[in-house]
Design a protein around this ligand. Structure first.
Ligand code: ADP
Ligand code: MG
Length: 348
């Protein structure tokens, strides 16, 4: 090849490469801290300046929700928790009302397994975000009296923007729900900016819309007992994937693991499963269901999934084996070799 031919060939290759870059859609991504976890927002196919602006608003929204929905620190929710113990009517914080109403429906559907009214019990164990977990289980009688008081969102009466609780034991803690509700709200915000392809990932819990260029979004599900990624799910369109596990916040006492997902019926950490992954459209429903199914345990999770209207579920049992619904199996690829012992089950 002459120098002249070589130069032309080189120019052609460069042009082809540039062409390839041109057809790749722009990707804009930012990570920030909210709800005690890293939130990563990725936008595909939107001009970077516009994408940056939208992500800035998402970040502000998360910071607002995080500040407002702290159960005990100086926040709108903390004020409500104080007033709920009095039995008197008061005006609810505007951002808390829709959160409360949606959570109440999901609590009912879950048969009380997802119950954001057990804030006092969560605080007693030290599993609210502001506290360090206690080093040992709290006194039995204190747990028993909080359980016997049966706090529920159904105890809250709502009249316009005014609310009151008929049960002084009610205290709101949206730790199992705020992330899901938050990704729904911020995905809506992105849509108002005309964004069609995005993923908002809050520490492994996420909602995605559209696709990553011509590929599906690929999401890793963490192995509950370490060892990296258990499985990957591929999603496109509008889907949320939420996982609740016994490894997020816990302490060990006399050889037992005490973790942050409490069974409202016993007052103790729910036993039997190590993680639950739920895939469904709305983040709020996915988040509430992951917690509720974790509480339901190996024998009841399928019924509770049906009651809460979620069809795609994977659970990991204490022995490391996996059960999942047929609809979930369509999306799941195990990343571990050998893969865990897996049973595909039908929901009622
Ligand atoms: P993660 O922290 O992994 O997102 P969850 O969504 O299950 O897990 O949320 C756990 C948090 O929810 C706890 O830290 C506590 O604040 C609260 N919580 C614990 N048990 C329940 C329950 N049964 N119903 C509602 N909220 C709960
Ligand atoms: Mg949850």
């Amino acid at each position: 090849m002459s120098w002249r031919q070589f130069t032309w060939a080189a120019l052609l290759v460069a042009a082809l490469l540039l062409g390839a870059c041109d057809t790749e859609p722009p990707v804009t991504s930012r990570t920030f801290l909210a709800f005690g976890t890293l939130v990563e927002v990725t936008i595909v196919g939107t001009e970077p300046k516009q994408a940056e602006q939208a992500i800035g608003q998402v970040q502000q929204e998360f910071e607002y929700m995080h500040r407002t929905w702290q159960p005990w620190d100086a926040s709108a929710l903390a004020r409500m928790n104080m007033l709920l113990t009095t039995g008197a009517w008061f005006s609810a914080a505007p951002s808390v009302l829709p959160l409360l109403q949606q959570a109440a429906e999901l609590e009912r559907a879950s048969g009380g397994r997802f119950n954001p009214a057990i804030g006092k019990l969560i605080k007693l164990w030290g599993f609210d975000e502001s506290d360090q977990p206690t080093a040992q289980p709290p006194p039995k009688d204190e747990i028993a009296s909080l359980v016997a008081a049966k706090p529920s969102l159904a105890d809250i009466e709502i009249d316009g923007i005014r609310v009151r609780s008929t049960n002084p034991a009610v205290a709101l803690d949206f730790g199992a729900f705020a992330k899901g509700y938050g990704v729904d709200r911020t995905i809506e915000l992105l849509r108002r900016h005309g964004i069609e392809n995005a993923i908002i990932n809050a520490g492994g819990d996420l909602r995605a819309i559209g696709s990553h260029g011509d590929r599906a979004w690929r999401i890793g599900i963490r192995a509950p007992r370490g060892g990296g990624i258990l499985a990957a799910v591929e999603i496109s369109g509008d889907q949320s994937v939420f996982t609740s596990g016994d490894y997020e916040r816990f302490f060990e006492f006399q050889g037992q693991r005490y973790h942050h997902i409490l069974d409202p019926a016993t007052g103790y950490p729910a036993r039997g499963l190590t993680s639950v992954t739920v895939m469904t459209r709305e983040g709020a429903r996915a988040d509430a269901a992951a917690t509720a199914l974790f509480v339901a345990g190996p024998d009841h999770w399928r019924q509770v999934a049906a009651d809460m209207g979620v069809e795609r579920v994977m659970v990991v049992l204490a022995d490391g084996s996996v059960q999942m619904t047929a609809r979930m199996a369509e999306h799941m690829h195990f990343e571990q070799d050998p893969p865990p012992q897996t049973t595909v089950v039908s929901t009622p």
